[in-house]
Design a protein around this ligand. Structure first.
Ligand code: HEC
Ligand code: HEC
Length: 246
């Protein structure tokens, strides 16, 4: 019966087109995913639509070049990851293409390298301890924080609300916050905060106010002020890494 051959042939064609998935690379990608991506896209790849798209069952992941450039360059709402190497990008891409309901096949480091070579050259990475905001900016941030965030996250930014009848929230500074955010960039903090906070009215501040509040959070955490203000530019924020210690 000729009709019966159709599906078989189709499966064979797809299988040939898919690069093999290396188990070690997949495991490395899973670790990177949990550290860098799961905050928004969730462990199970479900995301939190419409704020953060699902990656499980997402046909867009069939396009390897698009994945590599989104991870390296970000979008207006997704933070870029300029610190990830071609090998790391290929690992995390291999993971998201084959985890959960997905089966798009691996993505070789050589293919990631080829895409990255067509993108803009990189600048240096900095740390939150390098003086990345100004005192004036942190002071502006304090005013914005008090109006928009303090009610839930507390006057001392420790997650204890000013109103004792309200539930507690995560701390936004010091040891516990830094442990939780260690290794992520300020672009991830900015993009996540702008997309989800204030919890009762996300996106209600200007980009400048969000970045001022981040400057205030850093200053309360003991990070030194510097000469230049933090700018609400995902590409630049992506090069500033959150670290527990100087
Ligand atoms: C701060 C939240 C956040 C983090 C962290 C994040 N993403 Fe995203 N991601 C988004 C948003 C928002 C979009 C939608 C972007 C758009 O439409 O402009 C997106 C889109 C994507 C897309 C395209 C999906 C589609 O339907 O087009 C891929 C692929 C992706 N992210 C992979 C990753 C990977 C891999 C990581 C970790 C290295 C990551 N993301 C980290 C917020 C995030
Ligand atoms: C209405 C209460 C409320 C307000 C107002 C609010 N938040 Fe939140 N925030 C929360 C809750 C609740 C969580 C925990 C959400 C979760 O875990 O899903 C949270 C989580 C966060 C996180 C993630 C912390 C972590 O380590 O996971 C950040 C960052 C944050 N808020 C920043 C802000 C900023 C900045 C503002 C002001 C612009 C703000 N929030 C205003 C309730 C609030």
């Amino acid at each position: 019966m000729v009709g019966g051959l159709g599906p078989t042939l189709l499966i064979a064609t797809v299988a040939v087109a898919q690069p093999a998935v290396d188990a070690v690379v997949f495991g490395q990608g899973q670790q990177l995913y949990q550290d860098r991506c799961a905050l928004c896209h969730q462990d199970g790849g479900t995301g939190n639509p419409p704020t953060f798209p699902a990656l499980s069952g997402n046909d867009q992941l069939g396009n390897p070049g698009r994945i590599v450039s989104i991870i390296r360059q970000g979008t207006p709402t997704m933070p870029p990851f300029p610190d990830l190497t071609a090998a790391e990008i290929s690992a995390v891409a291999t993971y998201i293409r084959n985890a959960w309901a997905n089966g798009f096949g691996g993505l070789a480091t050589a293919d990631a390298t080829a895409v990255l070579e067509g993108l803009e050259a990189d600048g240096d990475l900095a740390s939150v301890w390098d003086g990345v905001f100004t005192e004036v900016q942190a002071e502006r941030g304090r005013a914005a924080y008090t109006g928009a965030c303090g009610l839930c996250h507390g006057r001392r930014l420790n997650g204890a609300p000013d109103d004792p009848d309200m539930r507690s929230t995560p701390p936004l500074t010091r040891a516990r916050f830094l442990r939780n955010w260690d290794g992520r960039s300020l672009a991830t903090l900015f993009a996540y905060t702008r997309a989800t906070m204030p919890e009762d009215n996300p996106g209600s501040l200007t980009d400048e106010e969000y970045v001022d509040v981040i400057a205030y959070m850093l200053s309360v955490g003991g990070m030194p002020a510097g000469e230049a203000e933090l700018r609400p530019d995902l590409g630049r924020l992506a090069r500033i890494v959150i670290e527990q210690q100087p």
